[in-house]
Design a protein around this ligand. Structure first.
Ligand SMILES: [Zn+2]
Length: 629
């Protein structure tokens, strides 16, 4: 049913695009000429585009609703357009008004289309000729997929409620009616009212001192809708450097600022190689533990999981990643979600370059090997079509594309180009790529044209277009792909083998200087059927069940489940109810679901943990474990 609807919409939009292309001199035709319509939006940016958004919202914690209005400034792309189509999901629309020039607001007719499970509902608004503003009065519903409303108990401080948004991929439409496609960029301003004592922050210019419950925001750079972001809670501010700061709940503030103090150095590192940072400030917002992602690259204010505060900066590659999106993703943006690899592959590549600049080649290589192991697992797990870089997504939920293929295969492809051309040729191309396409969308096709013209043809005979296309359109990894390696990990392979053969006892292993990465590699490479006795030996020697590092514990708990090592089960319980980051909890539930005993445990834990999870994590875990009755 979903598929039919999407393909019908696709045909309709294709027709519209054909018409717009006939118009010469149209701005949209120039930027969208080779852009396919976005199958995940009802909007028709080929007819009329939103150029600016003004939000006026009250945050109502009692009813778990954002209440107010959104004013959209319009630019007509062709003559005779008589309607505006916006994306919505679960929004209650009270009233719509339109405005022509300086004339008074007029009430407008509007219609909400059928509800589609993935896309939500189209909001079609009748437009008078030359109408250039539309105002939608609305409220969000408590179940909005892009918002999580936390009770005070679900926060670190336990004093105040908390709200945060997560708009990527197509969840902005659940809290703002807009053209929810990366193909449309707009500036925004917002007036947000909150209960006293709570602070609102947005992916915009923030005033750190403001605490009065009445907040104004300005976002002067054009962004796509998935970068709309809002959070409200008991938030404090701590500066880290001239351009960077942390917002967090009071109890986490100091630890976060210490953990992420290298953020400005990371910015300097990318700027030196790949061009200026174009967003003014770069601040971090530390969210409560239920945040379903590692981080979200909301411009000027990345949203960050607290699970990477390890006390030793061992997991700060996440900050490098979100920061790198200020170039790949936020500046040069995938035009449709099927091209996500253009956002995430480039960003993972930049992330590793930052880590190398700041922490050295050894650490970068270890992170590359761990990423490669994740990629190999995903290449096995996914159907062939989903192991191409350019994926077919029409008729599917865009959240389906978020696998290690986009991230790590994308990164490996760029690492292959780098190795083939050498940094002295590759880096200038990448820098100029960001310049050429700044504040624009990118498709795989347009990327190929740019690469061909500005790298391949400039240095002929290095790699062929056929080789490049094999990376992008063939499943799996092409012949001769780079294989990341690390000397530190080779040492661990030897030690691990010695221990497994009984040549060394666990407490004799020289782990004193092991980094988090070495621990992760050691645990992940152990035979899956290790057995309870050997698990206990490791645990006794290294206290792995009690490790405070969320990634290390994750790997250990996964092994504990496979081996039914019950000593770790209290910790498992506590872990799964304490955090909601999908990457860390989903594999544990999946592992539990493989046995009868594990299933009972998963269901018991999930029943307790579910109310604390984000709607997106609930959706995933409902599929893995089943919705509790
Ligand atoms: Zn990313």
């Amino acid at each position: 049913m979903q598929v039919t609807r999407t393909s019908r919409m696709l045909r309709k939009t294709l027709l519209g695009l054909g018409l717009s292309l006939a118009l010469t001199g149209s701005v949209m035709a120039a930027t969208m000429a080779d852009e396919r319509p976005d199958p995940h939006s009802y909007s028709r940016p080929d007819q009329v585009t939103v150029t600016h958004l003004a939000l006026d919202l009250k945050v109502d914690f009692d009813h778990r609703a954002l209440v107010g209005n959104a004013t959209l400034m319009l630019e007509h792309q062709r003559e005779g357009v008589d309607s505006l189509v916006l994306d919505t999901r679960d929004l209650a629309i009270d009233k719509v008004e339109t405005k022509v020039g300086d004339q008074a607001w007029q009430q407008a007719k509007f219609k909400l289309g059928d509800d589609d499970e993935v896309l939500g509902r189209a909001l079609t608004i009748e437009l008078p000729a030359k109408a250039n503003e539309v105002r939608v009065h609305y409220r969000s519903r408590p179940e909005a997929s892009g918002l999580q409303w936390l009770t005070p108990e679900q926060t670190a401080g336990k004093n105040q409620p908390f709200l945060f948004s997560q708009s990527q991929a197509i969840h902005a439409r659940s809290w703002v009616p807009l053209q929810d496609t990366p193909q449309v960029r707009f500036t925004y301003e917002a007036h947000i009212q909150t209960p006293k004592g709570l602070k609102a922050v947005m992916s915009a210019a923030n005033d750190p001192q403001d605490q009065d419950g009445d907040y104004h925001f300005e976002m002067p750079q054009q962004i796509p809708s998935y970068l709309m972001a809002l959070a409200v809670g008991e938030l404090r501010y701590q500066s880290m450097s001239e351009r960077t700061a942390v917002y967090a709940e009071p109890s986490v503030l100091e630890a976060a600022a210490a953990e992420f103090e290298d953020t400005e150095t990371m910015m300097d590192a990318v700027e030196k190689r790949f061009g200026e940072y174009r967003w003014g400030r770069y601040d971090l917002l530390i969210l409560p533990p239920s945040f379903p992602f590692g981080g979200m690259e909301n411009p000027r204010l990345s949203f960050i999981t607290p699970t990477v505060i390890a006390g030793d900066k061992s997991l700060v590659s996440l900050i490098a990643h979100e920061l790198a999106h200020s170039w790949s993703g936020n500046l040069v943006t995938n035009a449709v979600w099927a091209d996500l690899w253009l956002n995430e592959g480039f960003t993972t590549y930049l992330e590793r370059r930052i880590m190398e600049d700041l922490f050295g080649t050894d650490r970068m290589r270890m992170e590359a090997v761990l990423g490669f192991e994740d990629l190999k697992a995903d290449l096995e797990r996914h159907e062939a079509g989903d192991t191409q870089l350019a994926v077919q997504l029409a008729g599917r939920d865009p959240d389906d594309v978020f696998s290690n293929v986009a991230y790590e295969k994308g990164r490996l492809f760029l690492a292959w180009l780098e190795a083939s051309f050498g940094r002295e040729r590759f880096d200038p191309w990448l820098k100029s790529y960001f310049d050429r396409h700044a504040f624009q969308t990118m498709t795989t096709d347009r990327f190929l044209v740019d690469l061909d013209k500005n790298l391949l043809q400039k240095h002929p005979g290095v790699v062929s277009m056929d080789e490049v296309k094999a990376w992008i359109y063939q499943p799996g990894l092409p012949k001769g792909h780079p294989v990341p390696s690390s000397n530190a990990f080779s040492d661990i392979d030897n030690l691990s083998a010695a221990w497994l053969k009984g040549e060394k006892a666990a407490h004799e292993l020289p782990v004193k200087n092991w980094t988090t990465h070495e621990w992760l590699y050691f645990i992940n490479q152990l035979p899956r059927d290790l057995g309870v006795a050997r698990m206990a030996e490791l645990d006794k020697a290294f206290k792995l069940t009690d490790s405070g590092n969320n990634e290390v514990v994750h790997s250990w708990l996964k092994l504990a489940i496979v081996n039914d090592y019950s000593t770790a089960y209290n910790r498992l319980d506590q872990y799964l109810t304490g955090i909601g980051r999908r990457k860390l909890i989903t594999p544990l539930y999946e592992e539990l679901m493989k046995t009868e005993k594990g299933q009972a445990m998963a269901q018991r834990i999930y029943r307790e943990a579910r109310p604390g999870y984000h709607p997106l994590a609930q959706g995933t875990m409902d599929e893995v474990v089943g919705k509790p009755k």
